[in-house]
Design a protein around this ligand. Structure first.
Ligand SMILES: NC(=O)c1ccc[n+]([C@@H]2O[C@H](COP(=O)([O-])OP(=O)(O)OC[C@H]3O[C@@H](n4cnc5c(N)ncnc54)[C@H](O)[C@@H]3O)[C@@H](O)[C@H]2O)c1
Length: 440
């Protein structure tokens, strides 16, 4: 308490000169300060780590929560990405975005500098391969966290997220994961109705995330192989986990959620790369199909495909029960169909993307326990289980998969370091071959 008072005295004297970023660091006074923010007298300072598309979006959501939220520090590995993101944020929030040159950090260790600065909350929005190390460090530094899904790309990473999530609970830090659907009102109502038995016993589910694919960032002259892979990160497993993890985790988390936070006990699957086979598509598959079995014997039929010109399902989750079925799609489009009754359909209400930040900051202000790390770690693990099954062609049990010690990341992170996967003489990267590739 005396530390808190001393700090507040200090702030009173310096507030005028550094008005834009002044304010006691909430995280340096854990368990004491949160209520001070409710009065709206102090700022909540955030640091952005990974200033890409979603990082800019997440910062926009965070800065929209309250006028006293300020972006004060940023980290990225690429200057152009950081500068364009900060320029956009400054344009949208001229008063709330205060990141001078000395608080713009570049490089693989840049996140540590943000953690060393006096921020209360960090937004972890890099490619997911970096998430476990950055989340661990953020919790260690006593910061509240918003981190994007997926939270890892391999099983050791999942275990690190679970362990750091537990430490965050002990340290009373709030942890939010970018799974907006848990905060979107239609999904919340729909899932509650399913869990309350509206559809009777759920005997099978379907999950689809099919679309034309995402951006490609071709190699540039003068890049090292590491620079190229980190730029074009989507197509390398050590960075993205493959699109079944990077994107379809979203749908899989919905299914685990509606099953009462259950996870599958085993998976079998098939997949491959049929269309995206050039060198700029790295090593990931372009389609996966899995059957996941849940502990109660119910089955999830799951598909994700990134091939142009095919059925574009977007994100869609279905649950089929003895009394009817439910459909959840497109961020808010939910309906429940019970035999013999009119369907329950909800109009679009608020955006889960904003509400997830409103909820996070409310938990910080109120000093309320808030921790979503485990949900997403389990969904990430579900997606990794699916990838193990499609890459190997084997039936893979959760318990065996969860014991995997295989880390996908490189030994060393530096622009001149060797990435864990390298192209052959033809410029193509080796990729998984079902029947040959081992699941773990
Ligand atoms: N919840 C959602 O709806 C949603 C939507 C889009 C993306 N995402 C997730 O957000 C994450 C980022 O995706 P994106 O679309 O913003 O990608 P992006 O490529 O636009 O942004 C990633 C940023 O991280 C930077 N970066 C890379 N390595 C870094 C490191 N080691 N340290 C600091 N910065 C680093 C990149 O330079 C880039 O600016 C992914 O996990 C993705 O799945 C979630």
């Amino acid at each position: 308490m005396s530390r808190q008072i001393a700090r507040r005295d200090f702030l009173k004297t310096t507030a005028a000169s550094s008005a834009a970023v002044a304010g006691a660091s909430l995280t340096s006074q854990l368990g004491i300060a949160p209520r001070a923010y409710a009065a709206g007298k102090e700022v909540i300072k955030i640091g952005l780590i990974g200033c890409g598309g979603r990082g800019t979006g997440a910062a926009t959501n965070a800065l929209s929560v309250k006028p006293n939220v300020r972006l004060v520090a940023a980290a990225d590995v690429f200057e152009d990405r950081m500068e364009s993101s900060l320029a956009r944020l400054k344009e949208s929030f001229p008063e709330r975005c205060d990141v001078p040159k000395e608080r713009r950090f570049l490089g693989f260790d840049a996140y540590k500098k943000v953690l060393e600065s006096d921020v209360d909350v960090v937004l972890l929005t890099t490619p997911p391969g970096f998430r476990p190390a950055q989340f661990e460090a953020a919790v260690e530094a006593g910061k509240h966290v918003f981190m994007e899904k997926p939270t890892a790309v391999d099983v050791p990473g999942v275990r690190r997220i679970l362990a750091a999530g537990q430490r965050a609970k002990e340290k009373k830090l709030s942890v939010a994961v970018g799974f907006d659907l848990r905060h979107e009102p239609n999904h919340k109502e729909c899932v509650k109705m399913i869990q309350d038995g509206t559809l009777g016993e759920i005997h099978h589910m379907r999950a689809a995330y099919n679309n034309a694919g995402v951006w490609v960032r071709p190699g540039q002259a003068g890049q090292t192989e590491m620079q190229y892979q980190v730029r074009n990160w989507y197509y390398f497993n050590w960075l993205s986990g493959d699109h079944i993890v990077e994107q379809h985790v979203y749908t899989l988390e919905t299914i685990n959620w509606l099953k009462g936070e259950a996870h599958p006990v085993r998976a079998n699957g098939m997949g491959g790369r049929q269309v995206r086979i050039g060198k700029d598509f790295g090593e990931i598959f372009d389609h996966h199909f899995n059957e996941f079995e849940y502990p109660d014997g119910s089955q999830l039929f799951s598909q994700c495909r990134q091939i142009p010109g095919c059925w574009d399902s977007g994100y869609t989750a279905y649950a089929y029960g003895t009394k009817g079925y439910a459909v959840m799609a497109n961020q808010w489009d939910c309906s429940i169909h019970v035999k013999g009754k009119d369907p329950s359909v909800w109009p679009k209400r608020s955006s889960g993307y904003q509400v997830e930040h409103d909820d996070l900051f409310a938990s910080i202000l109120e000093g309320r326990p808030y921790n979503e790390a485990e949900f997403n770690a389990m969904a990430t693990m579900t997606a990794i289980l699916g990838r193990m099954a499609t890459y190997s062609g084997q039936v893979v049990a959760w318990d065996d998969a969860f014991n995997s010690t295989r880390s996908l990341g490189p030994e060393r992170l530096a622009w001149d370091a060797e990435p864990p996967v390298k192209p052959g003489p033809d410029g193509l990267y080796p990729c998984a071959v079902p029947g040959v590739t081992k699941p773990f």
